[in-house]
Structure formats: structure tokens, C-alpha cells
Design a binder for this molecule. Structure first.
Ligand SMILES: [Zn+2]
Length: 631
């Protein structure tokens, strides 16, 4: 739609207005009093459905910042715990950071409306993290500092999205750029005559520490795009694990300047993991494929959307995120292409089953023609024990180890499994079930990741959400201690549980602890998550009891693994084979074609066979670099 057309429609519906403009995929309407629009639901709905866009109302008459601040503090009750008030003049918005955003909003949004009425500014309540977090500070201050750039960028994106289509697209194809017949470097290009969309752009989690030297094995095949990076219209992100986001800043380092669509929590989690990745690579003496400047550039290009919001990302493609149940903010990607030309669902990583943190993955979509589904645990053997049994086994083994004077090491991905295990430990201790008397140390980025969970309670399961809102969050249980002392001292003192980042023991703090704990047979090493085939974690799972690792002086040293080793399955954030098959069977509507991805080759093939047998739907396993014509 051209701007003139929009103006005409707005005039018809609204009568008076000052100005309209495109901002990303939204339409901003400037009026004297934005409350006229915001307080009239029927009117807002009429505008949104006629224009088929999200409507933002703004005033050009903004009260002075100092006076507005005073007004805000008068309207909002003290108990809300307002920490910061930040003005974003370019957007006519004022961000109110508070311990209790619910009280900032007021009953039925009354406080917010009063602020608009009295000041012209549109208030945006945000939550103060209960756990101090460097990452949240970085992301928020960067956001506030870059309003000029963001305004310019969004206008640009808006112009592109609303370009008139010269000739309708008649076909859709995808190119598998990474993450097919393997776990790692997920990247899928969706291409039509008019649009080029990249879904995910990750790196492989091995050989552990990756520099630009490992490009061949570790990064997506961007050379096979067939066009320069700046021609990509949009990058869509399913969730913030490195195998899905790890290579996005590279796009910005080499010419991409467009939007990155993701859910709000994905933004903070991505900042945490990407900045850490650069650090780890540099420390190891390798060259990272991009710099922190590129990560920051990426962050200013984020456009965040909640589950269920429909958004135009090109002039012919609509994007909707659906809950995937895998980690905080994880989403399945639904693309509606052309007017009914094709509907594609890309699952990313999904949990279709019980977890303590998230609701299970959604199975209802408006339409599905082709489905791209993960297969991490799609193999014949991948049937996991019941969650309840897994929890009891973990708690029992921790208790036994502590009581015999040993310590427990649990290597974890800092985002996802760490919080799940923390919630389990908190729950059992509070219910005096398998209690143990020892501290639980958190090392690496686990606490930072947990802090990010506390600012997005609405993304957590209801019961947990309530605990976070009432300041009874499991992440604040005093049993959890951040590691401030020497690792050696912790290990020598004995009787402790250590949750350390570096899930596959390929690097990270878990490896440091392993060296210190390996030789004592009283200690216990527990795996609760995925280990890639060549990772040290997998080698140990397969029985390796003598490992050569670099010692403190950088010399190769042989370590005897006398400690006990145990794998407890059932905690995964991925669906097991049964859950994946249930997911496909419960999908509404049924897809016409299924493509299996994100799994070791054998597992992908085994899952595809099973899906074919059960559903009779055409199911294939593409290779990396395959071009698949969808329609
Ligand atoms: Zn994942």
C-alpha cells in the first residue's frame, strides 16, 4: 500500500490527523491526542483490519521531559518501584522501568492512558531484573542510545515492505545452507521472485572453539547464496542458541543492513551468547569471524514480535511466531507467502512434552503446506524416560554423592537446561524431597541467563510466572551461589553441586572443573543434555576414562577419569522420537510435504521413515546445499 492510500483510509475513518508514516511493518498515525485511538478499541480494530497493519498512535505535542517525569511519578503508585524513566523523543515514547510493571500499567491500563492524556507521551513499562545483569544493561542502554539510527532504519524497512509488487511471485524455493543431516549451523534461505528471507544463521558447536579458520566445517554455506548479502530482505530467528544465531553478526560485518525478526527474549539471550562467544574465541588465540561492534549493529536492527503477532516482512510475506517450548522465547516460524501461494512452518528446536519452564510447543497453525522439522532425538533409540523418573534419579544421585563426601559436576548450556535444573533443585529442596545439605554453585553465564528469564515472566509457564511475579523465583533461592572464589578451593572443600556452562565439555568452565574433579572417585559427573558426536562429553559417555587435556601451563596432560559418570536422560529441551511423532500427528492442519533437518544423518533418516509410515505424508531429508522447489 502506498502512503497516499493509507492517508485516505485514515482520513475516512478518523477525520482529523496530523500525519501518517511507515515504521517497519507498522503504521504510525500522529494525532493531537493518541488516547482517542488507544482508548477506543473498536476504532483501533477498524484501522488495523482495514489497513492490515499494526497501528501506533502518537502525538506531536509532547510535554517537556522534566514535567512529564513529575506527572508520571504522581500517577504511578510508589509500590511500583520505578527505577528509571527514559525518553525516546523520536518515537514519542517514554520507557518506565519498574520492579512491578503491573502497577505501572494500572487496572485495565488506566495509568498508561492517564499518562498519555496528560503528557502526550506513550508510556512503555519494562521490568527491572531482580538479579543484576550486565547483558540486560548493555541491551537496554544500546537501545536507548540508538533511537536516531533505529528511526531511520525502520523508515527504510517500512518503505521496502510497502513497495508495490510489480509481478506476483508464482514459485517458492528454499536452499539448505546449513543444519541438514547434522546438528549445528542451521540456515535456510526462502526465495521467491520478490523476496529473500534467511531463517536462522548459526554456527556448529564443535570443535568447541571456533575461529574463522574453521569456516568450512562450522559456518553456513553463504557463498552459495548466489547474490550479495545486502539483497537479503530479512533474517528471521527461531531462538537464541548458537547453532541458530551464531553467524548473524557476520552478515552485518559483510554488507547486510536489514532487520532481524525475533521474540523479545531472544534479543537479550543473543547478546549474552554472542558477546561471550567472541571472548572465548579470542582467549583461545583464534580469530573470531566478527567483532562486538557487529553484534551491536545486529542488536540495533532487531525488530521484536510476540507469539501470534502477524507481521509483514516483505511486500508478499507475513511472519508469525508460535511457541516452541524449547528455551525462553523460542519460536516456530510460520511464513505466509503471496496471497495463499504457500505456507511454510519451520520448527526450529521444539519441546512437545512436559518441562518445568515452558508450555509445550503449539500444534495449531492457520495453514501449512510444507513443514521443516528438527530431528535431534529422532532416532530409533531416542526414547526418553519419564520426566518424573529423571528428576528423582538426579536428586537421589546428588544426595548420595554429597553424603559420601563427594561433589557433583553438571555441565550445562547456560541458556535452557541450566534454568530447568535450577527449578528442579529448588522444587525438591523446598518440598523437602531428597534434600541435601550443600551449596549449589553457578559458574559461567548461568546467572546472567537466569536474570533474563526474570524480566520475561510472561514467557514462562503459569505457575513459575506467578512465583517470579511474587519474588519467589527459583533463581533467587539462596541455595544457589555464584562462584566468586577459586575453583580449586570449591573442589577441595568437597560436598558441593556445581552447575557449570559448557554443556558438551568442549570448553567453558565445565572443563576446568572436570580437570580438578576427575581423579576423585567420590565425585560424580552428570550429563543431562545433548553432546555432539565429536565432543569430549560424548567420548566420556561412550566410555573414555583417560582424557588428554591442556593443563594450566598449556601442556597436554593425561587425566584419569576416576569419578563416577552418569547420563540422565529425560531433561532435554528437545522432543524425543515419540514426542516428535506425536507433534506431527497432532498438527492442524496436516502439512502436504515434510522436510527433516537438525539431526545427525541417521536420526534424520529414521525419523523421516517413521513419519512416512505413520502419516503417509511425503517426507524427505535434504542435504546441505540442496535447492528444493516448494511450489
Ligand atoms: Zn536450541
Amino acid at each position: 500500500m502506498e502512503l497516499e492510500e493509507v492517508e485516505e483510509i485514515v482520513k475516512k475513518i478518523l477525520g482529523n490527523f496530523k500525519k501518517v508514516e511507515f515504521e517497519g511493518s507498522d503504521i504510525v498515525i500522529y494525532v493531537d491526542n493518541p488516547n482517542v485511538i488507544y482508548s477506543n478499541e473498536a476504532l483501533l480494530k477498524q484501522l488495523a483490519t482495514t489497513l492490515k497493519k499494526k497501528i501506533i498512535a502518537r502525538s506531536l505535542n509532547l510535554k517537556k521531559e522534566e514535567e512529564t517525569k513529575e506527572e508520571i511519578l504522581k500517577i504511578i503508585p510508589k509500590e511500583a518501584g520505578v527505577k528509571n524513566i527514559t525518553f525516546q523523543e523520536k518515537f514519542g515514547e517514554v520507557y518506565i522501568e519498574a520492579l512491578k510493571p503491573g502497577l505501572v500499567i494500572g487496572k485495565k491500563g488506566l495509568n498508561l492512558r492517564e499518562i498519555i492524556e496528560r503528557t502526550g507521551w506513550v508510556p512503555k513499562p519494562i521490568r527491572t531484573p531482580v538479579i543484576n545483569s550486565e547483558t540486560i544493561n548493555i541491551v537496554r542502554s544500546l537501545f536507548f542510545k540508538t533511537q536516531k539510527e533505529r528511526k531511520r532504519f525502520l523508515a527504510e524497512v517500512g518503505k521496502k515492505i510497502n513497495r508495490k509488487i510489480q509481478e506476483k511471485s508464482e514459485h517458492v524455493k528454499v536452499i539448505a545452507l546449513g543444519g541438514f543431516r547434522q546438528v549445528g549451523r542451521s540456515c535456510l534461505l526462502v526465495q521467491t521472485k520478490n523476496s529473500k528471507i534467511l531463517i536462522d544463521c548459526g554456527i556448529s558447536p564443535e570443535p568447541g572453539v571456533l575461529g574463522i579458520e574453521e569456516a568450512e566445517k562450522a559456518f553456513p554455506y553463504l557463498n552459495s547464496l548466489g547474490f550479495p548479502l545486502e539483497e537479503i530482505d530479512a533474517v528471521v530467528v527461531s531462538h537464541a542458541h548458537m547453532d541458530h544465531i551464531g553467524f548473524i553478526p557476520y552478515l552485518f560485518a559483510y554488507g547486510y543492513d536489514g532487520p532481524v525478526y525475533a521474540t523479545p527474549p531472544t534479543k537479550e539471550l543473543a547478546a549474552l551468547l554472542l558477546l561471550d562467544y567472541i571472548n572465548v574465541v579470542e582467549k583461545s588465540g583464534h580469530k573470531p569471524p566478527y567483532s562486538s561492534k557487529d553484534v551491536k549493529k545486529m542488536l540495533t536492527h532487531f525488530i521484536t514480535r510476540e507469539y501470534g503477532e502477524v507481521t509483514d516482512i516483505t511486500n508478499e510475506i507475513k511472519l508469525t511466531f508460535h511457541n516452541a517450548g524449547h528455551i525462553l522465547g523460542s519460536a516456530m516460524v510460520h511464513l505466509h507467502i503471496g496471497e495463499g501461494l504457500h505456507n511454510l512452518v519451520y520448527t526450529g528446536d521444539i519441546k512437545y512434552g512436559f518441562s518445568r519452564l515452558f508450555e509445550t510447543a503449539e500444534t495449531k497453525f492457520p495453514r501449512i503446506d510444507s513443514l521443516f522439522i528438527e530431528s535431534t532425538y529422532g532416532g530409533k533409540q531416542d526414547i526418553m524416560p519419564k520426566r518424573h523418573e529423571a528428576e528423582i534419579r538426579l536428586m537421589r544421585r546428588i544426595k548420595e554423592t554429597i553424603e559420601s563426601g563427594g561433589s557433583v559436576l553438571i555441565p550445562l548450556f547456560s541458556v535452557g537446561r541450566s534454568q530447568e535444573i535450577m527449578v528442579v533443585i529448588d522444587e525438591y529442596i523446598k518440598n523437602k524431597n531428597y534434600e541435601f545439605n550443600a551449596p549449589v554453585y553457578l559458574d559461567g553465564m548461568i546467572l546472567e541467563a537466569s536474570a533474563i528469564h526474570t524480566i520475561y515472566p510472561e514467557y514462562l509457564k503459569e505457575g513459575l510466572q506467578r512465583k517470579v511475579l511474587n519474588n519467589r523465583s527459583p533463581f533467587e533461592n539462596p541455595i544457589f551461589e555464584i562462584v566468586k572464589k577459586d575453583k580449586k578451593e570449591i573442589v577441595e572443600n568437597g560436598s558441593s553441586v556445581i552447575l557449570a556452562s559448557g554443556g558438551m565439555l568442549n570448553g567453558g568452565t565445565s572443563l576446568e572443573y572436570l580437570k580438578l574433579m576427575a581423579e576423585n572417585p567420590k565425585n560424580l559427573l552428570v550429563f543431562v543434555g545433548y553432546n555432539s558426536p565429536t565432543s569430549l562429553g560424548r567420548k566420556i559417555q561412550n566410555g573414555a576414562r583417560e582424557v588428554a587435556l591442556l593443563d594450566d601451563e598449556g601442556k597436554l596432560k593425561k587425566y584419569n577419569l576416576n569419578m563416577q559418570v552418569e547420563t540422565i536422560e529425560g531433561f532435554s529441551g528437545h522432543s524425543d522420537r515419540v514426542q516428535l511423532l506425536n507433534f506431527v500427528q497432532n498438527l492442524q492442519p496436516k502439512p502436504k510435504k515434510i522436510f527433516v533437518m537438525h539431526g545427525e544423518e541417521e536420526k534424520s533418516i529414521q525419523l523421516a521413515q517413521a513419519i512416512r509410515n505413520i502419516t503417509r505424508i511425503q517426507t524427505t531429508v535434504p542435504n546441505n546445499l540442496d535447492i528444493v522447489e516448494l511450489c
